[in-house]
Design a protein around this ligand. Sequence first.
Ligand SMILES: *Cc1c(COP(=O)(O)O)cnc(C)c1O
Length: 388
Amino acid sequence: MPWRVPLSDVAVDDELVAAVTETVSTGWWSMGPRVADLEREFAEVAGTKHALAVANGTAALHIALLAAGVGPGDEVVLPSLNFVAAANVIAHAGARAVFCDVSGAEDLNLDPDDLAAAIGPKTKALIALHYGGHPCDMDAVHEIAERRSVTVIEDAAHAPGASLGGRPCGSMSKIACFSFFSNKNLPVGEGGMVVTDDDELAERLRLLRSHGMTTLTWDRHRGHAHSYDVVLKGFNYRLDELRAAMALVQLRRLRAGNEARGAHVAHYRERLDGVEGIVMPFGDTRPDAVSSHHLAVVVLPEGVERDAVRSALAEARIQTSVHYPPIHEFTTYADDSERPLPRTEDLALRILTLPLYPHMDDEQVDLVADTLLQSVRAGRAVASDSAA
Ligand SMILES: *Cc1c(COP(=O)(O)O)cnc(C)c1O
């Protein structure tokens, strides 16, 4: 049963296919000139001096933490309403994840006051997520981080092309990480980018990406180097030329894609926000915030069974999701979870992610909105019956 409206979808066309086949025919497939072009163009979009392409967004977060000096005995603070990748790589760096709460139904980004409360003597870094592509209040985050001498890493996986006060997401902190997974705003399949303005950090990231080796196969192929040294214990987190060729095409479409997403979100908001007790978060953000609109999320009214709503939508062949089951409630993190996170725990039961991708049409948005409103109405009737 194919979805009538899938949660996310990629557009396939001749230009994208041609970029890949042309790269295959060059005979050079591993990191080379296309990766270098992509890094140059991406740095412009991110507003940073350096951009290093990596195998995926999780690899970007892993080497960002290591480059920032995070290691055994350290703590790293991050919101629990988040994808699990950041918490996993904090553990792989030998550190401990400490979770903070979100602001509320209107703002699913981290709560700066609770972030400040979560920082302790062992906190080395914090990872600020731009939830759904909506810029996190980085001014508040940096004010806290500076006072407590904590390194700020941006998880900008949702936020390529987003900005705050004219500053692109990814340019507001020491290091930032992006993902090119298929359902992200710059879809390639697998891929990612880590960006920084700092020359020394960029050099560490470059070494960590490729075994700690001082030269690349590409440099040796071109006769620019004959030998190499290994100066730290790195990984193979490189991106290949095929994905870089796709990413170059997708990068040029990023702005138009984000704007199309924004138009669909505005349509959803008009149909749903404040109707039947539904809240569509981020309706009242800073006027100088530009979102990349990665996700269309609604918060259902209290008492309505989310699973019943999801089933009703699935029945109409509309795919939905939940971003995210909180990290601190997963089995492997349950023991780490000491801080109360009441807003995260309440909202985690009520958030629902609706279909969103640039090439969906208005009829699809209306179909989703109509079906959602119908099922929420039915759910509220059930909720008030059982309360009576
Ligand atoms: C997608 C995502 C990642 C991980 O990126 P991958 O490229 O899938 O490894 C990390 N953090 C967040 C918030 C994400 O959405």
